[in-house]
Design a protein around this ligand. Sequence first.
Ligand SMILES: [Zn+2]
Length: 54
Amino acid sequence: MKINKEWHLAHPMPPHANLDQRIAWHIEHQKHCSCRKISGKLKEEMIKRNTKIK
Ligand SMILES: [Zn+2]
C-alpha cells in the first residue's frame, strides 16, 4: 500500500463531509492513492449508485 502524501495534503476530506462528499472524495482518492479501502456502508452506497470502485 502506498500513500500519495501530496495528493492527501492537497485534498483533505472535508471535516463534516456528507455521504455525497465522501463518495466524491473516494472516487478521486482511488485514482491517486491506495492507502484506504472503501468499505462498509460507503461501499454499499457506491454500489447502489453504480459507482466504479476498485
Ligand atoms: Zn490515500
